[in-house]
Write a protein that binds this ligand. Structure first.
Ligand SMILES: [Zn+2]
Ligand SMILES: [Zn+2]
Length: 172
């Protein structure tokens, strides 16, 4: 697992901006989780961290793009991904609070933010669930498997034959 932690201890009261361009932050988990996506345009993220009373305000944005298979015809398409984020992160209250999705680890002399985990979560939120190469993508023929955007197969013609439609209506 690719990890990147930044120390929060030295961040001044007015906050500090971080700029992340290491592609492993995105390509690492893509490979590790075996997602059907390929990196497109380089990713980058900006993160502004401001100390608060009980934790840290994390705000910023990221952008880049990936290639994913169309949900209907499996042709690859490029999907631009970008998003803004803002959240309040606080160190884990109790050591045994295992279910707490805490992005800050605290120990003797250190206080770190899990940047890799944070940015990956933003990536997953931005990723479309059912990407389409086009709104009207015709998809693959369920019978013979041809890409119906590129070819017309006889299966589709048979289904669409108006004379057969009349017969079907008679049966009903
Ligand atoms: Zn498609
Ligand atoms: Zn067909």
């Amino acid at each position: 697992m690719f990890e990147l932690w930044i120390t929060l201890k030295d961040i001044p009261a007015e906050g500090r901006e971080f700029h992340f361009t290491d592609q492993s932050l995105w390509t690492g988990p893509m490979r590790e989780y075996g997602l059907p996506v390929k990196p497109g345009k380089d990713f980058e993220a900006r993160m502004f961290i401001t100390p608060q009373d009980e934790g840290f305000l994390v705000a910023g944005s990221f952008s880049g793009s990936v290639f994913v298979p169309c949900d209907r015809c499996v042709e690859e398409l490029e999907v631009p991904l970008a998003g803004d984020f803002e959240s309040f992160e606080e160190p884990r209250a109790k050591e045994d609070d295992a279910l707490d999705e805490c992005r800050i680890r605290r120990g003797k002399g250190f206080l770190d933010l899990d940047v890799a985990g944070y940015l990956w979560e933003q990536f997953m939120l931005a990723l479309p669930v059912s990407p389409l190469c086009a709104e009207d993508c015709k998809g693959l023929c369920p019978k013979c498997g041809v890409n119906r955007n590129q070819e017309t197969c006889t299966c589709a013609q048979n289904e669409g034959d108006p004379r057969l439609a009349v017969l079907r209506n008679l049966k009903l």
